[in-house]
Ligand binder design. Structure first.
Ligand SMILES: CC(C)(COP(=O)(O)OP(=O)(O)OC[C@H]1O[C@@H](n2cnc3c(N)ncnc32)[C@H](O)[C@@H]1OP(=O)(O)O)[C@@H](O)C(=O)NCCC(=O)NCCS
Length: 185
């Protein structure tokens, strides 16, 4: 468990899965910047039983608020084969919890945690929809720097129109240490 001043990052427990399935399958929480696909509860439970959502090339942590409510998630997944470090993803589930500084703190702590625990990582990569101003701002506040644009990389979930993603990265030497961050809070 990683406890910041506004949020906590923690691993999933089996008892989280029903509430998690409810929240991720409530498509009224969908935004244009996150795939709106349904995730069958049975599949989530099967995957959790196999790997606790924690594997070398896929790590998923819950973000909770100070009251312990499930408010979001952060994850890593494999980037291109030879890149020394994963791609990172993040989201806040519900609109009522957006714009309250939760993800800025969550991403900063998660990035520092990854560098502290994975000595082979040289960088963390983010791909962010060019129109996702809030997400780009979170990334930049956490020290990620823009490297370029993946032109027409994806088709927009809501409109079907091709869109570009910005590529951002944080290098190991640019990240504060986790201990430093935890002492500051
Ligand atoms: C994008 C998202 C991750 C941001 O997380 P958050 O916890 O709401 O962000 P924070 O509260 O930490 O705020 C980040 C900054 O963006 C700003 N911001 C928030 N919404 C904004 C908007 N629509 N336009 C411009 N800036 C915005 C905030 O004001 C804040 O800047 P400030 O501290 O200088 O005022 C979250 O809203 C989310 O999950 N959205 C839906 C899914 C998604 O887009 N996921 C990311 C995919 S890469």
């Amino acid at each position: 468990m990683i406890t910041g001043s506004k949020i906590t990052l923690r691993m999933f427990e089996e008892s989280d899965l029903d509430a998690y399935a409810e929240i991720v399958n409530n498509l009224s929480n969908a935004t244009p910047y996150w795939p709106p696909g349904l995730q069958p509860r049975a599949n989530l439970k099967k995957e959790f039983a196999e790997n606790s959502f924690w594997k070398p090339d896929y790590k998923l942590l819950l973000v909770t608020d100070k009251e312990g409510n499930m408010i979001g998630e952060v994850e890593t997944f494999k980037s291109s084969p030879n890149i020394k470090g994963p791609e990172v993803g993040f989201r806040i589930f519900e609109k009522k919890n957006m714009g309250r500084g939760f993800m800025t703190e969550a991403l900063r702590l998660f990035s520092a945690y990854l560098f502290q625990t994975e000595s082979s990582y040289l960088r963390l990569t983010l791909l962010i929809h060019s129109g996702n101003t809030a997400s780009l701002k979170v990334a930049e506040k956490c020290g990620y720097k823009k490297e370029g644009t993946l032109r027409n990389a994806y088709v927009d979930y809501s409109t079907g129109i091709p869109h570009s993603d910005e590529i951002l990265s944080l290098l190991r030497e640019e990240s504060p240490s986790l201990i430093e961050l935890l002492q500051k809070k």
